[in-house]
Design a protein around this ligand. Sequence first.
Ligand code: SF4
Length: 218
Amino acid sequence: MAGGKLLSEKQSAELATRLSAAYKEAHYYLNFKTPIDLVVAAIISAQTRDETVNRLTPALFAKYKTAKDYANAKPDTLTNDIKSVSFAGNKAKNIISTCKAIAEKYNGKVPDTMEELVELPGIGRKTANTILINAYGKIEGIPVDTWVIKLSYRLGLSLNTNPDKIEVDLKSRIPERLWGKFAYVLKTHGKTLCKDVPICSKCPVNGICPKNGVTKRE
Ligand code: SF4
């Protein structure tokens, strides 16, 4: 993304505070009960709609309860269990290798530190942040997904394209008390008002937002 206006730190904090207040109900979008459920749901969710993942996971979580259950699954069987999602074969392989590592190295318990999580196959910073926040209530950073990448630029919170750099920018500009939900606030905002053709006239941050890259708006 070339060019664009970056908000000042003060404006960024104001924008994040207003948006967070407007979407108090925003929350993580995948259903899970245990940390291992969340690891599996996060792997399945790549390039797949949340609703599709949430439709599939109740039966999956009833069949496989522990890291060892997934680690011992036959790839063909697990692929068949998740066949309603895209790239089911690759995702099944990733689930098995990630769960093998959790079963062998951590005795079946999903680790609860960033350093350990990102060492696991198939887990990057985005998923690690998601697990820490939603499974363990540990807020060390902000998960940078496609919504966060798109809206951070549009709203002038970061002009970077690399997710790790975007996270650094967001952490330096957004009050820490808002980090835990900020990715879900942005996603809700993107689905509600800040769509491909954004409805700026109804937006709570119209007036602060630089609308980077927006060519058409309501
Ligand atoms: S709806 Fe418009 S004003 Fe609001 S955040 Fe999106 S681009 Fe900015």
